[in-house]
Design a protein around this ligand. Structure first.
Ligand code: NAP
Ligand code: MG
Length: 479
């Protein structure tokens, strides 16, 4: 199958003005399977103009109608669950069962923010003057959304649903490698009754389409998810005209295992909290800090579990670990296997390209555990973004906290202990935006998500994100 996909501007599928396309490679097979329009600054300008033209009419749509449109979009996503999941699975190389969960999460996200539309507004404030002080919550205007390739439909929904709920219009630039579900979402949005021009999608490279979006003077806000390096660049560009910016960036999160933890749960969760999405997860708990008295036993069990993992084709129902996003990325991850060994860490398992013809032609990597890692090694400091976990022993609670915080990043993390006082003490001491205690999972649609330090700026999800997609106008009426 060779798909050909064009841009979505003002409700129409349209070629890039340059007439150029780029090819998509199926990461699990190495074969070309789609051609995608390569949009650039000219196309971004067309899309932004369309979004700007409909800005006023869209904000005037009454709240009940807008609510219905977002609910309808959620319904349509569920009706297309299987085809969207298959598209996502093939495009990213992720197991089909995970892709289904992520498509469902996208639908849940539109439902959640549909429900918020007529419940979140302004305030009246008791000021010290004769009159009434009140605030209006207003849309920001045209928002530029820039998405990464690891959870394309889920992260797109995290941005799109609250942005639409607050009455903004959108130009979305998906990651070049994973534009397919975003384009389908754009078509479903039209089918849900969202007017043409409210959501425009320009596929194309980050350096051309992405950068043009960030520079465009009519764009009032950029919401970016991706690497810290590009995030920093985006923030600098956005500074020129004081665009609002939210950034969800990289991570190198710590998983702290104390000796009193429930190891039966902690071992498999330690595995999945780094191997989910083949480790291509900003929240991956890729630094595994283990109290020394249980260090050897823990790693022995973990190694056993790593060796039972089922790698396979993403569309195979029994696959647990799919392919990485591309051979280039796999090679980058494999380089860290070399780096770790040169640095003196001990490779307990994995780190090689698995056997089997169909696995060799895809971008697979056997999940790896490094033991005896020290906190300053590159493999303990840099985001590897692949199926690699680095185990570091610690002796005291204070040392565990110090190691956890010895990072430029601060996105996620876990604490495993049966001692509730310790759990709370450590949770308060760790510099991170999100944290889970006695589980590996801390992302919930209804709760705020985001990073501290170089992991980002602002929050997504929950009701908090609505503040990042609206402006507050303060109005005083004299008596
Ligand atoms: P990336 O290379 O930074 O790209 C992210 C997006 O930015 C892509 O759409 C990319 O387009 C675009 N882009 C690239 N250069 C740009 C520029 N100069 N101006 C504007 N846009 C530009 O990140 P990635 O490799 O796709 O994703 C992996 C990274 O994302 C990891 O660091 C991961 O931790 C982070 N991430 C963070 C979160 C979070 O919520 N904190 C979630 C998921 C991922 P192209 O695709 O064309 O390069
Ligand atoms: Mg990239």
């Amino acid at each position: 199958m060779v798909l050909t996909e064009e841009l979505l501007i003002n409700g129409d599928r349209t070629p890039a003005q340059s007439g150029e396309f780029t090819s998509l490679i199926d990461p699990a097979t190495g074969e070309g399977w789609a051609k995608i329009a390569a949009g650039d600054a000219v196309d971004i300008d067309r899309a932004v103009q369309a979004a700007d033209r409909i800005r006023q009419p869209w904000r005037q749509v009454n709240s009940r109608d807008r609510t219905r449109m977002l609910y309808r979009l959620a319904e349509l996503i569920r009706e297309h669950l299987e085809s969207l999941a298959e598209l996502e699975s093939r495009n990213v190389g992720k197991p089909i069962r995970d892709a289904r969960d992520e498509v469902n999460l996208a639908a849940d996200c539109f439902e959640y923010y549909a429900g918020a539309i007529n419940k979140v507004g302004g305030q009246t404030i008791p000021v010290a003057a004769a009159g009434t002080s009140l605030t209006f919550r207003e849309p920001i205007g045209v928002c530029g959304l820039i998405a990464p390739w690891n959870f394309p439909i889920a992260i797109t929904a995290w941005k799109l649903a609250p942005a639409l709920a607050m009455g903004n219009t959108i130009v979305l630039k998906p990651a070049s490698q994973t534009p397919l579900t975003a384009l389908k979402l754009g078509e479903l949005a039209l089918a849900a009754g969202i007017p043409p021009g409210v959501l425009n999608i320009v596929t194309g490279s980050g350096s051309r389409a992405g950068e043009a979006l960030v520079r465009h003077p009519l764009v009032r806000k950029i919401s970016f998810t991706g690497s810290t390096e590009i995030g920093s660049h985006v923030m600098k560009l956005a500074a020129d005209d004081i665009k609002r910016v939210t950034l969800e960036l990289g991570g190198k999160s710590a998983n702290l295992i104390f000796a009193d933890a429930d190891l039966e749960k902690a071992v498999p969760k330690a595995m999945w909290s780094v191997l989910g999405n083949a480790g291509q997860d900003c929240c991956a708990r890729s630094r595994l800090l283990i109290e020394r008295s249980i260090y050897d036993a823990f790693l022995e069990q973990l190694t056993q579990q790593f060796q039972t993992l089922k790698l396979g084709h993403p569309l195979d129902e029994s696959t647990e670990i799919g392919s990485l996003i591309s051979q280039n990325h796999r090679d980058r991850v494999a380089e860290y296997i070399q780096i770790g060994q040169v640095e003196g860490a001990k490779l307990l398992c994995g780190g090689y390209i698995p056997e089997g013809e169909h696995l060799r032609s895809g971008a697979y990597l056997q999940p790896a555990i490094f033991a005896d890692v020290t906190p300053t090694m590159r493999i303990a400091q840099e985001e590897i973004f692949g199926p690699v976990v680095c185990a570091i022993p610690f002796d005291t609670e204070a040392e565990a906290i110090a190691i956890a915080n010895q990072s430029f990043y601060g996105l996620s993390g876990s604490i495993w202990t049966r001692d509730i006082s310790r759990a709370l003490r450590v949770a308060k001491a760790i510099e991170t935006g999100v944290l889970s205690i006695n589980t590996g999972h801390s992302v919930h649609l209804e709760a705020p998500f985001g990073g501290v330090k170089r992991s980002g700026l602002g929050r997504e999800l929950g009701l908090n994100v609505l503040d990042h997609y609206s402006e507050i106008k303060s109005v005083f009426i004299a008596e």
